[in-house]
Design a protein around this ligand. Structure first.
Ligand SMILES: Nc1ncnc2c1ncn2[C@@H]1O[C@H](COP(=O)(O)OP(=O)(O)O)[C@@H](O)[C@H]1O
Ligand SMILES: O=P(O)(O)OC[C@H](O)CO
Length: 500
């Protein structure tokens, strides 16, 4: 009997596989970390073959841990770190270069050139994205420039391009399927989010022949079948493929405007569906695709905060103020306020709504009475202030009021963080029982296609609250604190990184 969905979550630092049952519960989980390559300052690369083998071993281990036979798997859902770019040879299946990761900044010069030539508004209009090394387009150009500068081999059809989902689907199906979904395509800067096709003008601008590009389908759909030798003698269908932040939005059952999810991981990613209309933002939000279901696309607005939970890692590893990230809560609650201290953790610049890549971190309001408790509390509060910056922008651009903020990611265990977030936004914050919303989202999307899950209402009913945090702060206090943050950000941005 088919009792489980295998959900594969291929993330930036680790690969994870989960078995999900019909009640939407995770019954087994396996995880593998893999190597990060930092060849030059600011570069981040992965070995696509190592990612592939990490997926194979997680799949095998999760079946063993769950004591489950492969014949019990109904279908597979794949979710992945987005934008990370792989190019491989059509003939051999061998990657031609290391995968260039979404965080990698090696295409900054290409981006600057594009900005200077005035392509910003055309690119934003077509793709919903802002020119930044974050997205795949300049990464594809950069890899091709290294291995085939004249595009002689590329034009003859020697290469295939894919984000991580496409690479894994290609490998799992024994090279038979070269396909992605609309959520992943919408992060490439080569995909027109209105016509839902690769854009000829953009392909031309980035020097990418169309023959390299995968087919694009619905998020919940047919992505082929695994070849049996990868799956213990069984062929299993793959019926979902989704970028990880979109999968988390789905896993949180945020299906309508006003329902927002924020993931507090290394960085923070906030998404809200906006329905069948793409909402344009002039304030630094990205317009992206939330999912494609039954031939229809739902759009989303997205805000990105580059430094979220990793600021707490900095307190632990950089400042050595705490031994464990969880200690941040204990220290933060030993004081009743930061006593006017603000930390602006712009370690790699500022994302939404500022998009200021030259800004660097700063601390304000120090006195002789400042203690490490104040600094720790101010660092946690900074995650919430940045979230408020993004949320306010999103509500304004979408013309809605917040209905629900659902949270997930490693840092949501921190009750102080969640309470301050609620106080600052003057709105409830809902934390689910199951924090693995990305894996759940991919399982739900895969199961909707095969009928394992009936419809979106069934999925809504599966969402269970662990704890809700309600606002207690006085309006005057909230306004005063937030005004201080705005002044701190403004002052931070005056101090620019020196050009070498
Ligand atoms: N109790 C905590 N309080 C604050 N931050 C935390 C806590 N536990 C973990 N974190 C932060 O959460 C992040 C890990 O979350 P995770 O969702 O696993 O991240 P990612 O998926 O980006 O690797 C780390 O940056 C860590 O510093
Ligand atoms: O792998 P994560 O969870 O760090 O997510 C990465 C995002 O998809 C980047 O856009």
């Amino acid at each position: 009997m088919k009792r489980y969905i295998l959900s594969i979550d291929q993330g930036t630092t680790s690969t994870r596989a989960f078995l999900v049952n019909q009640a939407g519960e995770i019954v087994a989980k396996s995880q593998r970390e893999f190597e990060q390559f930092f060849k030059e300052p600011g570069w981040v690369e992965h070995d696509a073959n190592e990612i592939w083998t990490s997926v194979l071993s997680c799949m095998a281990e999760v079946l063993r841990l769950g004591d489950i036979h492969a014949s019990e798997i109904e279908t597979i859902g794949i979710t992945n770190q987005r934008e990370t770019t792989v190019i491989w040879e059509k003939d051999t299946g061998r990657p031609v270069h290391k995968a260039v990761v979404w965080q990698s900044r090696q295409t900054e010069a290409i981006c600057q050139d594009l900005r200077q030539q005035g392509f910003g508004s055309m690119i934003q209009q077509k793709t919903g994205l802002l020119i930044d090394p974050y997205f795949s387009g300049t990464k594809v150009k950069w890899i091709l420039d290294q291995v085939d500068p004249d595009r002689l081999r590329a034009k003859q059809g020697a290469f295939m391009f894919g984000t991580i989902d496409t690479w894994l689907i290609y490998k799992l199906t024994g090279g038979k399927v070269h396909k992605t979904d609309v959520t992943n395509a919408s992060r490439t800067m080569l995909f027109n989010i209105h016509t839902l096709d690769w854009d000829a003008e953009l392909l031309d601008l980035f020097g990418v022949p169309r023959n390299m590009m995968p087919e694009v389908g619905d998020t919940s759909g047919d992505f082929g079948q695994t070849v049996s030798h990868h799956f213990f003698g069984y062929t299993v269908p793959i019926t979902a493929c989704a970028g990880d932040q979109q999968a988390a939005l789905f896993g949180q059952a945020c299906f309508s405007k006003g329902m927002v999810k924020n993931t507090y991981g290394t960085g923070c990613f906030m998404l809200m569906p906006t329905g069948h209309e793409a909402v344009h933002s002039d304030s630094g939000l990205l317009t992206t695709i939330a999912w494609g279901l039954d031939g229809e696309v739902t759009y989303a607005l997205e805000g990105s905060i580059f430094v979220g939970g990793s600021a707490v890692g900095w307190l632990r590893d950089g400042l050595r103020m705490i031994d464990e990230t969880g200690d941040s809560e204990t220290y933060a609650t030993r004081v009743t306020s930061t006593d006017g201290v603000y930390v602006v953790p712009a370690f790699v610049g500022l994302g939404t709504p500022y998009w200021d890549s030259d800004a660097r971190g700063a601390m304000f309001g120090l006195t002789r009475g400042t203690t490490k408790e104040h600094v720790i509390r101010a660092t946690l509060e900074a995650i919430c202030y940045q979230t408020k910056d993004v949320l306010d922008t999103m509500m304004k651009d979408a013309g809605v009021t917040l209905h629900t903020l659902r949270v997930d990611g490693g840092a949501v265990k921190n009750n102080f963080l969640m309470q301050f977030q609620s106080d600052l936004m003057d709105a409830p914050v809902e934390r689910p029982v199951n924090n693995e919303t990305t894996a759940l989202g991919a399982a739900y999307l895969a199961g909707l296609y095969t009928g394992f899950f009936k419809d979106k209402d069934t999925i809504k009913a599966r969402w269970k609250q662990d704890k809700a945090f309600y606002p207690h702060m006085e309006t005057m206090e909230r306004q005063k604190l937030y005004h201080g943050w705005q002044k701190a950000v403004e002052a931070t941005r005056v101090f620019k990184v020196e050009e070498n």
